[in-house]
Unconditional design. Structure first.
Length: 403
């Protein structure tokens, strides 16, 4: 594989545009994901134009403002956002604990919630794993898992409980009580209880928030394996992007009761639609730049040189984002910045965070602007040292500088 060339102060592939050469003209563009071949899976969950508000002393506060998304059968989705964005209210509305003022929630082919219809939670075929697990302390593990199976004959109920405990890796602990279990085990029991009645949709309300970081990641991967192995459609809400990335096929970044972008984890990170999404999903730096266009090639001139734009989609979006003189804001992720001792481009280390296999360096440019770089930890540079860098950006992400 031929590596991308380093960013250079005087590159041959995109020389400075002469005065007569105008910046790339704005062109109609959309950051919406490209359509995939083949039909989408049938929708297991559709949320359309959902509006919810709550009464406050000063009036009603809008919590959901036109929330819209769909989740295919067998897919795992996630609503990701900061506290107060409306993600938990969305989950509670889907579950049936909150009634919408406008819009509709469809589970399969049925509308289960709208301004004129509110199907009871127990009739929606939805399983819920709550943030605090909500296990019954006076019931043992087997009785907790069996709670939603009371309509089954005793023999079938016992068999289903044993099957669920085996599925979540807790076979043989049915006689224990919740207080005798670790946090991770309690989370698995709550999952087994939610899955036991064969729900059409599984809803998970920040299920790992009470666990330590290492256990969170391990259980998130285990949970994904369980859900995919069973073909279960699930929706997670969380503020933790790493949980979202580990679990979800599609993620909706929420802000002020709306979804800013509903997309795959890869696209959210590498091709965010808005600066808000770019800033919330992953680390990065925003640098001012100017588009230049000549001889069929487009690039962005930054403080240290020129960054070629190689993908046509990035070029079109950059043209649509640019100001009157071609000015843009460029997003650079830490993995776009490569430490290279041979590079003539230098930046000062102003902060370093040891992450085991890597250092996360904060680097200062001559203008005072900063960027981030992930560097293998055997490159142990001191704060104040100037190190060589080059850029290796597969996607050049640009935004309107006024946004």
């Amino acid at each position: 594989m031929i590596p991308n060339p380093p960013l250079r102060a005087d590159p041959a592939d995109c020389p400075p545009a002469p005065a007569a050469c105008p910046p790339v003209p704005a062109a109609p563009a959309s950051r919406a994901p490209a359509s995939h071949e083949g039909a989408e899976p049938p929708a297991a969950l559709r949320v359309e134009d959902l509006h919810v508000s709550f009464a406050q002393p000063a009036g009603r506060t809008r919590v959901l403002d036109g929330l819209t998304f769909r989740l295919g059968a067998g897919e795992i989705g996630c609503l990701l956002g900061a506290s107060g964005c409306g993600k938990t209210t969305a989950l509670r509305t889907i579950a049936g604990f909150v009634a919408p003022e406008r819009g509709c929630v469809h589970i399969g082919a049925s509308c289960v919630a709208s301004a004129t219809r509110q199907l009871e939670p127990e009739r929606r075929g939805v399983g819920v794993v709550f943030q605090d697990y909500a296990l019954f302390p006076h019931l043992d593990v087997a009785a907790n898992v069996a709670f939603g199976l009371r309509a089954l004959p005793a023999s079938e109920r016992s068999a289903r409980v044993a099957e669920m405990l085996e599925l979540v890796g807790l076979a043989g602990i049915g006689r224990r009580f919740p207080h005798e279990l670790s946090g991770g085990q309690q989370q698995r029991v709550a999952l087994a209880r939610a899955l036991a009645p064969h729900p059409a949709i599984l809803l998970l309300d920040e299920p790992f928030s009470n666990l330590d970081p290492d256990l969170r990641e391990r259980l998130a991967l285990d949970l994904r394996d369980i859900l995919k192995g069973q073909g279960i459609t699930a929706l997670l809400v969380t503020h933790d992007q790493y949980e979202a990335f580990a679990l979800a096929d599609r993620i909706g970044v929420m802000h002020a009761g709306r979804i800013e972008q509903w997309d795959t984890p890869y696209r959210l990170y590498h091709q965010p639609d808005t600066r808000l999404v770019a800033d919330f999903v992953g680390l990065g730096a925003f640098l001012p730049g100017r588009l230049e266009h000549r001889d069929g090639s487009t690039c962005v001139r930054l403080e240290l040189g020129v960054l070629p734009i190689r993908k046509r989609a990035d070029e079109v979006i950059a043209g649509a984002s640019a100001g009157e003189r071609g000015e843009v804001t460029v997003l650079l992720r830490p993995d776009d910045v490569v430490h290279d001792d041979a590079s003539p481009l230098r930046a000062e280390v102003v902060r370093k965070a040891f992450r085991g296999a890597q250092f996360l360096y904060t680097l200062r440019l001559p203008s005072g602007a900063t960027l981030l770089a992930l560097v293998p930890s055997h490159h142990d540079h001191a704060v104040g040292e100037r190190i060589g860098i080059r850029f290796d950006a597969d996607h050049v992400v640009t935004f309107d500088p006024r946004s």
